[in-house]
Design a protein around this ligand. Structure first.
Ligand SMILES: NC(=O)c1ccc[n+]([C@@H]2O[C@H](COP(=O)([O-])OP(=O)(O)OC[C@H]3O[C@@H](n4cnc5c(N)ncnc54)[C@H](OP(=O)(O)O)[C@@H]3O)[C@@H](O)[C@H]2O)c1
Length: 338
């Protein structure tokens, strides 16, 4: 079997998971290079990885570059992705920098694997909350045609990176020492705009058009692109909750054709990447604490709307660092080498 030279850029919340997923899925790696801003050795599951400072020359001979550095003008992908492509690598980027670029496919393999083929050097990995939503909704869309989505997300701290997890831990410990409200003021770690311990806040990303946040617009625009459904009506509210890892979503959909709850359950039980966990009489429904470390999207609480015949409610949970980031990126790499 052919083996590939792979680079992982960034060893934060997603990058560490990327190293883990490459190994767990037996990705055919010949040489592995790990880059970040600064050099050090890191240990992941008992294995030591030597992290090198990133430089443009570091991409020579690399076949696949998995970017999990920070986003934006000075971020890893904007600074180094073009250089990696010039040197012959295909870049799979976890950040938002290229997702809406018409030249860049935005891929969730369970939904639009074929789009990988149209890449011109860069493939984008969608936002974590988008990935889990489209994995769950696409099978229903194919059967009954979805025309409306209203989603409220409950997103874990790790979705905002390792600094946010540190903030949650520090605030929780300050509360245990006797503080309660406003521990954020005294905390050293301030990766998020508000206190997260013993709190929730409807503010992920920055406020943008129409007073929606850019995280909310990602759910709209990325879903349009991935599902090839530019007219789908989508409204989102994204909320940060004091969970370490695992995003939950309360999703309302309206379909063109009527579809029963039983039929939806049957579809989910056969859909790739989806696990049906829906037995309310036995208190069975997905929760973030149970899906940490898992690669699938879990769906439960499937109900017909009490007032709208073609309206359905779903509860969708997935590990934001695995299916929401690293696993999806490695699955894209697997499509690439097929
Ligand atoms: N967390 C999630 O659930 C999630 C889900 C989907 C997508 N994403 C996206 O994935 C990316 C990584 O997120 P994260 O949560 O892992 O962030 P993170 O925990 O903050 O880690 C960022 C990592 O990137 C490295 N880095 C930053 N700027 C760099 C640069 N210019 N060159 C090279 N390396 C650089 C950092 O290096 P040092 O360690 O040396 O500082 C660090 O290792 C982001 O674009 C994020 O939006 C995250």
């Amino acid at each position: 079997m052919k083996k590939y030279n792979v680079a992982v850029i960034g060893v934060g919340a997603v990058g560490i998971e990327m190293l883990r997923v490459l190994k767990q899925r037996n990705f055919p790696v010949n040489e592995l290079r790990v880059f970040a801003r600064s050099a050090r050795d890191i240990e992941v599951d008992g294995e030591i990885y030597s992290v090198k400072p990133i430089t443009p020359d570091g991409f020579g001979g690399i076949d696949i570059a998995l970017f999990a550095g920070t986003e934006g003008e000075k971020g890893a992908a904007v600074t180094y992705a073009a250089e990696a492509v010039k040197k012959g690598a295909v870049v799979i980027d976890n950040g938002a920098d290229f997702r809406m670029d018409l030249q860049v496919p935005l891929v969730v393999p369970e939904v639009n694997a074929a789009d990988v083929k149209s890449h011109k050097g860069i493939i984008a990995n969608p936002n974590c909350s988008t990935i889990q939503m489209v994995v769950a909704l696409n099978p229903i869309h194919k059967k009954a045609g979805i025309k409306r989505i209203i989603v409220t997300t409950l997103q874990a701290a790790s979705g905002a990176g390792k600094g946010a997890v540190e903030q949650l831990k520090e605030e929780t410990s300050l509360i245990a020492q006797g503080g309660f409200n406003n521990v954020h003021v005294g905390a050293v770690n301030k990766s998020m705009p508000q206190q997260l311990a013993y709190n929730v806040f409807p503010h992920i990303g920055s406020f943008a058009e129409g007073d929606y946040t850019n995280e909310e617009w990602k759910l709209v625009k990325e879903t349009h692109k991935i599902m090839h459904a530019p007219k789908l009506k989508i409204s989102a509210t994204t909320v940060r909750v004091p969970v370490r890892t695992g995003h939950s979503e309360s999703v309302y959909i309206e379909t063109d054709k009527y579809i029963s709850v039983n039929k939806v359950r049957e579809i989910f039980s056969k859909s790739p990447g989806v696990i049906l966990m829906d037995d309310p009489n036995h208190n069975i429904y997905p929760m973030p604490k149970d899906v940490e470390g898992r690669d699938e999207v879990f769906v439960g609480r499937i109900r017909q709307d009490a007032f709208v015949k073609n309206g359905l409610w779903l509860w969708v949970v997935a590990d934001n660092l695995r299916k929401g980031a690293a696993t999806n990126a490695v699955q894209i790499a697997e499509e690439l080498i097929k």
